[in-house]
Design a protein around this ligand. Sequence first.
Ligand code: SAM
Ligand code: CA
Length: 219
Amino acid sequence: MSNKTLCITEELYEYMLSVSLREPDVLRELRDETRQDENANMQISPEQGQFMGLLVKMLGARRTLDIGVYTGYSSLCIGLALPKDGKVIACDDNREWTDMAKRYWQMAGVADKIELYLGPAQQTLESLLGKGPDSFDFAFIDADKMNYDMYYEYCLQLIRPGGLIAIDNVLWGGAVADASINDDDTVAIRALNRKIHKDPRVEISLVPIADGLALARKI
Ligand code: SAM
Ligand code: CA
């Protein structure tokens, strides 16, 4: 037995899913179709989607942000967890991937809860901020890593006190802990991890689910 986070084997991972994953058919079908795409590893894992859905419900969230949509899995997990009058503002700049996302949101019956803003996420966040701060309960950051810090700062303004920002890929396949790896994405994620660690504006936990999910609750 160990009190340290386990380095999970394929066998243990399959076991974990077999006793905990409750993935609706529409999400599984979305994963199946996304698998045909060469960028499929950008999609969040099903257990992470389920975890985020639980967080959204625990927060009693109504207004949420999904920064980085791809084929729509994270937006759909959030949308399914929201009450009838909930909203996901989904930000992405790729029409092809988000057309597929919209098809699945429709199939899942939550298209009315998910509003896609097609374009650079910075522009969308700037326009949302123009409508007022503290107006969201939950945000998921999963777009271009070089702009993570900027998205984090926007989210801190857009989220209400007590709301939650979840930041994906903060362990970046382990590269963040390898001093010999210094490409732009790794350096950006490493810097943001250090900044969040010391940031008095939030309470935090780094959850080693999938590729690492940082949770920051706005104080
Ligand atoms: N959360 C998604 C899911 O669950 O499948 C995965 C998101 S994927 C890792 C990153 C997405 O960010 C891509 O779909 C890409 O088009 C989008 N993206 C990258 N840079 C962007 C930018 N500057 N503005 C808006 N979207 C961007
Ligand atoms: Ca990701």
